[in-house]
Design a binder for this molecule. Sequence first.
Ligand code: CP
Length: 317
Amino acid sequence: MKSYTNVKDLGNLQAAVQEALEIKKNRYAYKHIGENKTLLMVFFNSSLRTRLSTQKAGMNLGMNTIVLDVNQGAWKLETERGVIMDGDKPEHILEAIPVMGCYCDIIGVRSFARFEDKQFDYQETILNQFIQYSGKPVFSMEAATGHPLQAFADLITIEEYKKTARPKVVLTWAPHPRALPQAVPNSFADFMNEANVDFVITHPEGYELDERFVRNATVEYDQMKAFEGADFIYAKNWAAYKDPNYGKILSSDRSWTVSNRQMAVTNNAYFMHCLPVRRNMIVTDDIIESPQSLVIPEAANREISAQTVIKRLLQNT
Ligand code: CP
């Protein structure tokens, strides 16, 4: 594997999940393969889980790790080519990226959608510049349109907790006070479409995701109907994708907050969310604190998904 940006980079998905579960049984078994190798993690945006789990994954593999918070202590970076740099950004990303590549063997990048230019976001301009100009294997730590480390961890978690061979998995939109990118729901859909699950997406009209991620999923606008018989509920907010509303909040309907009302019609479903989560906006306290909540096991599996990906990048398989 030369880079990791979406589900296809994993090849056989079931084999990748099995590899991850083997790593989880003995996460220090591959400590030799990262010896004298350096992992650089570049953050353009904040993080708790990705930062800690990815650094831990690199250390499990024997790597040295460096974290760069671009907006705290580094030079402000210009990202547009052709700009006359007479403003407050003294360095261009096209020099900064190859320089970063000089000091490491693998680079992880977090760079969210900006919602200023849909094409800039959906072409994954920043992530692809790292792939093109760093000279090193690059993996996404959540980019503009995807969060494949999260979705891989989510699939590992579903594999661990599922009670039937083909569970019903529902991705539901839920309200949020700020406009959030589509990266997490995009990647979750990307993975669920390749997994052995019955996959349903539910959201208010206007929140349709990019068809390239929705693919074969059933889209159901009635949330209660979508939840019927579900084995896993995956909640997430996202802002509108479709033009002319890209990046906008179209609804703040609190009836979409996941609560006992909706969970009652499921097959005693597990509740999932990538975190951080706004309680009583996305999900009620009693659901996230219930025995059916998998939010902590999901977060724990972020270490395993990252370790599987970094191991493969180190082995260049
Ligand atoms: N789920 C996730 O990526 O969490 P962080 O934003 O805290 O890294």
